[in-house]
Design a protein around this ligand. Sequence first.
Ligand SMILES: Nc1ncnc2c1ncn2[C@@H]1O[C@H](COP(=O)(O)OP(=O)(O)OP(=O)(O)O)[C@@H](O)[C@H]1O
Ligand SMILES: [Mg+2]
Length: 223
Amino acid sequence: MILRVEQIVKEYRIAGVKRRVLDGIDMLLTAGQICSITGTSGCGKTTFLNVIAGIASPDGGSVYINDRRMIYVLDFLSSRRRNREIGFIFQTFRLLNDESVISNVLLPARIRGRVNSEIRERADEILERLKIYKYRKTRAAVLSGGQKQRVAIARALVNHPALILADEPTANLDRKTSREIFDILLGLKEEGKAVLLVTHDQFMHDESDLLYIMENGRLRCLV
Ligand SMILES: Nc1ncnc2c1ncn2[C@@H]1O[C@H](COP(=O)(O)OP(=O)(O)OP(=O)(O)O)[C@@H](O)[C@H]1O
Ligand SMILES: [Mg+2]
């Protein structure tokens, strides 16, 4: 199992009032599956992805990636492990705007301390596959939204993670570009990766293997 989530609880204190944003969430995701989550704004979708990615720590429950339990301490080894095993595509692209496309894509490998010729070749291959190779030396700031999202996807792939988390990856894109981005995610699923996606797009819901709606801190299975 690539992802196993057991009874995750997360509370935030908002204006002095404690709110249980995630209230006992379970999930299983295996290789070659794509799972969509939907739900109203503020219901906790990003929080859930952040907990899986180790960006936020849960107040209860466990997350297992590749059958190994995630440890939520800010130490070097656990962040290295996340960097290797998880690719995160953020709700906003979060690129380094003043850096080139290739420099953005190589960032997770640089964090891993592994930028050698093999990684550079792989980064170039990913850029070609995502049809942005010709922009590899371009500053990220000047790209269109669809191009930025491709760079963000390329960056998420450079370390060959088994699990891809994508937080509304097409929220700011037109229909045709959204279709293209989703096709890239479907390609990753075909390759045997597990993809967990937050989206409001109906066509992505229809084409996912699993579909959940988040309500009152819980996930309800729709498909
Ligand atoms: N770091 C934080 N500190 C305090 N409260 C937070 C924090 N992150 C999120 N929250 C609160 O948790 C709730 C869920 O936020 P979250 O971003 O997970 O929602 P979402 O479902 O992703 O919404 P959207 O669809 O608008 O992206 C919100 O009420 C938010 O204010
Ligand atoms: Mg969100």
